[in-house]
Design a binder for this molecule. Sequence first.
Ligand code: SF4
Length: 47
Amino acid sequence: MSQRARARVVVIWDRCKGCGFCIEFCPRGILKFSEEFNERGAHPHMS
Ligand code: SF4
């Protein structure tokens, strides 16, 4: 049985401060930090 997406995560890349809350508290554990920097000098998360 296929799973239907119930939500979509959208990140505004250059507004991410790299705090990691979304990674820590993601109930599915599917988020991780990017290896790239945004314009704030942070590693935004990516899924
Ligand atoms: S790491 Fe996640 S929770 Fe923190 S600022 Fe970036 S997108 Fe928001």
